[in-house]
Write a protein that binds this ligand. Sequence first.
Ligand code: FES
Length: 156
Amino acid sequence: DNPPEGLMPTNKPTKTKSLLRDIVKAGRVTKLVNGCRDVLVLYHQGQLHAMDMRCYHSGGALQYGDIEEFNGRMCIVCPWHKYKITLAEGEGLYQAVDDPTAKPLRTHWCSKGVKQRIHKVTEVNGDVFVTLNNSSETIESDVYQTEKYRTMEANR
Ligand code: FES
């Protein structure tokens, strides 16, 4: 038997259940998974995605971000400072200037690497399950997954 939600060890993948129709209707939901991780679940163009809810840059509320394509990659745009995060990998994308002296300026897209922790999301018979990505490497968005930020939001 599983212990009650919230008491599960945090180092094991855990599933949380949501109904697909609710996510499709809303486009996005936020969930506290396993009592320890705030996760944003998105439904976009027929696909589900899950990632840490607060932006790796400064804790911005990604659930209010627009979804746009940049350089052929679907991203969520943080509403706070417009950082772009790929939905599939959690990579931070930015535009680099080729030659700062050239006019007009020409830019190209670059990746900062994985900055936002992406979680696994699956759908079975209309139920949606999130399995936390518990890889031991530190990812920048981890910083905003503490009780401190949860409490700050609750008090807003
Ligand atoms: Fe997301 Fe700054 S907090 S871009």
